[in-house]
Design a protein around this ligand. Sequence first.
Ligand code: ADP
Ligand code: MG
Length: 437
Amino acid sequence: MTNNEIWQAVLSELELNISKANFNTWFKNTGIVSFQESHVVLCVPNTFNQAWIEKKHHQQIIQSLERITSLPIRKLEYKIENIKNVTELTINTSITPPQAHQEEKVSFSTASQSTPLISPGFSINPKYTFDNFVVGKGSELAFTAAKAVADRPGESYNPLFIYGGVGLGKTHLLQAVANELLRKNPQTNIMYVSAEKFTNDFITSLRTGSSRDFQNRYRLIDALLIDDIQFIAGKDASQESFFHTFNELHQANKQVILTSDRPPKAIPALEDRLKSRFEWGMIVDVTAPDFETRAAILDKKCHEKNFPLETKILHTVATIVQSNIRELEGALNKIIAYHQLKNMVPTQESVKSLLSSFEDVCGKSREKKLSFPRQVIMYLLRNDLKMSFPAIGDELGGRDHTTAMHANEKISKEVENELKLKQEVELIRQRLYINNI
Ligand code: ADP
Ligand code: MG
């Protein structure tokens, strides 16, 4: 069976359980990108379809694939890609029946791009490298320091502490160090975790009496990279554990790198002894990119995504979206998705009108005409896409997660009590999910 035939068979099973409108909306332009052993990558036209399919049909698809191929499916992943690129490549490829030979397996490189490199149990995304980090005034120092650390871990600055607002490249730089260390020596034992994960691991180890395992896991390593260390504040036992971990690693000249949304001094409820440890090495900040850097980043991302934009349009985007790089990427993705769906060439007008709402609801204004739609968006992101509150806050202009929680609560109540609002929200859902794609 070709990938295409398998997918058609899956679709015909799914079709039985879904309304026609929904089916056409969500499964148009989908396909199998690769099928290797028990790992399947599906191509979907945009993030919205991905979120929907993943949320509503993930399990069904797996079951269907298993039924049709008689193979166990361990992993189903999604990739945003134009179906045309995929069908040409997948036609005539055949998938292996369970007993057949290795060589016949379908494999092609598009899928492996997004497969994270696994270092002891944690994923480091290979797409975060120094090479694809665009250096601007606001990130120059952090970039240089991170490179120095990757060149001579444990020797140059220990710890390296990178801080700054959301979406400015902290995680990118942190993982770039990891990728560089792994590139130079694939055996390097790197522990990359969020402070939240560290805390959870620590708590689990207490609960299950596996403190020694925990210690070994975090101390018998070459480098410890902790993202968003500010989350450890106020968690006393975790801070204590981290303090000892830090001391041990530091004494053994093992590199420690931390990121945070603010400098150590400004992290409330962080023990003084930790603050002072963080100041032992180098503290660097990343700040919002200037216009030239924003334009350069956009240009690079356009090339990466193979979707060139005219310079004039590129500058328009760089002018409108100023806050951070994640938002810049979001704007670009939106432009790409929209124009691909409509099969249109981007123009100044189409891009401006697309980004006008982006700009307003993500902006600072608290006027009701903007704050109310912003809250409804937060409510929809929470309820329909099940996004986390911090992620919702980030998406809508780097707001605090409590703002998103509040908005969700408020709108949930209002939807229950006000028929008109309820109908409007339903209308938005219909337009978003059915008519507009
Ligand atoms: P933070 O951790 O500071 O919130 P991230 O590192 O997650 O931000 O960056 C958000 C997105 O922007 C990522 O996809 C990242 O690759 C991209 N990005 C950030 N800074 C740059 C840069 N200087 N050059 C290229 N891409 C960047
Ligand atoms: Mg981050």
